[in-house]
Design a protein around this ligand. Sequence first.
Ligand code: TYC
Length: 101
Amino acid sequence: MGDLVTKPKARAEPKTKRPPLHKVILLNDDFTPREFVVVVLKAFFGLDETQAYKVMMTAHRRGTCVVAVYARDVAETKATEATEAGRRAGHPLSFTTEPEE
Ligand code: TYC
């Protein structure tokens, strides 16, 4: 009886596909003070002053800016909590999430 050799099939996708990461996106508005946006970015996303100022100014000028990328549940929790911090202070500051391509 001849030996049966099973050739492994080529796999286009890795066997364990990692779930997609999600972006947290800062949205501009006309009312939230710039300094408050910077404080929130530092407190919730661990940005330093320089990074936070750049992200805030990018959203201010262009309408949106990606703040950071996390696993989906972490991204959603951070976006919700940072948005709520704005609400508690009386500001319409808003963060959303979307999957990374
Ligand atoms: N546009 C706001 C202002 O002029 C500042 C601001 C920047 C608000 C970025 C939100 O995501 C934002 N006071």
